[in-house]
Design a protein around this ligand. Structure first.
Ligand SMILES: [Mg+2]
Ligand SMILES: [Zn+2]
Length: 231
């Protein structure tokens, strides 16, 4: 099922993909995998206060989560994510396809650059990364937030404002495709022209009655996009 507006906008606009990383490009959430492996158990309380209870602001919560891990673990964590994080089914084929189709690929993530780039190494030069940054100068990991919202009416206090990132692309000449899996993708889903969603993001969009295309693998996304592009 392809929204009519998609076909109308197909002509004359540059298609750009904005994809979440954890639980979207990756099969499992790599941040959770890293915390499970390297952080003491109290990370779960912090995560619950950020995501479920919403009593801890996201920016502060993320600092607290990474502060649980010593900077000395840097190389070990990089090794861990390189070895253990699995890409979602169809992603490698999808990246080759969309490159040939001339669709730029932007990764937008609240995760840390140092732990994303090793996983994305096979696609180096084929994507742009917008993420929080990891700093290892202090005894424990410190998070830099170059994309913290400046004036975001949609998500307000997020750590990495996906809305403001999408808004950097011109509305009139760009057709924005968002791909995501969780509540932190809800903002970009509201400003994108077309949304592919799974898991909590799909549930949230359902509740709001917003149109989206569900996906499980990147084969699903490629199938739908290639169909529209060949219309
Ligand atoms: Mg995610
Ligand atoms: Zn925002």
């Amino acid at each position: 099922m392809i929204p009519l507006s998609v076909i109308e906008k197909k002509v004359g606009k540059q298609w750009v993909i904005f994809s979440d990383f954890d639980g979207t490009i990756t099969d499992r959430d790599a941040i959770v995998m890293t915390l499970e492996r390297f952080a003491p158990p109290e990370w779960k309380d912090i995560a619950r206060r950020i995501l479920k209870e919403r009593t801890l602001p996201v920016q502060e919560g993320i600092q607290q989560l990474y502060a649980l891990m010593p900077s000395a673990l840097k190389d070990e964590i990089i090794h861990f994510v390189s070895e253990e994080v699995v890409l979602r089914d169809g992603f490698t084929d999808f990246m080759a396809w969309r490159k040939q189709a001339g669709i730029p690929f932007q990764v937008v993530s609240g995760g840390l650059d140092a732990f994303i780039t090793p996983v994305m190494a096979p696609f180096k030069g084929d994507y742009t990364l917008f993420a929080n940054t990891a700093h290892f100068e202090e005894p424990s990991i410190v998070v830099g937030m170059p994309f913290a919202p400046k004036d975001c009416a949609v998500c307000g206090t997020c750590a990495c404002c996906k809305v403001e990132i999408l808004n950097q692309w011109d509305e009139a000449s760009t057709f924005k495709i968002a791909i995501g899996d969780s509540v932190t993708d809800f903002g970009m889903a509201r400003v994108a022209d077309w949304v592919f969603a799974r898991d909590a993001l799909a549930e949230e969009l359902d509740r709001e009655g917003r149109a989206f295309t569900p996906f499980d693998s990147f084969h699903d996304i490629q199938r739908v996009l290639s169909k529209v592009l060949s219309v």
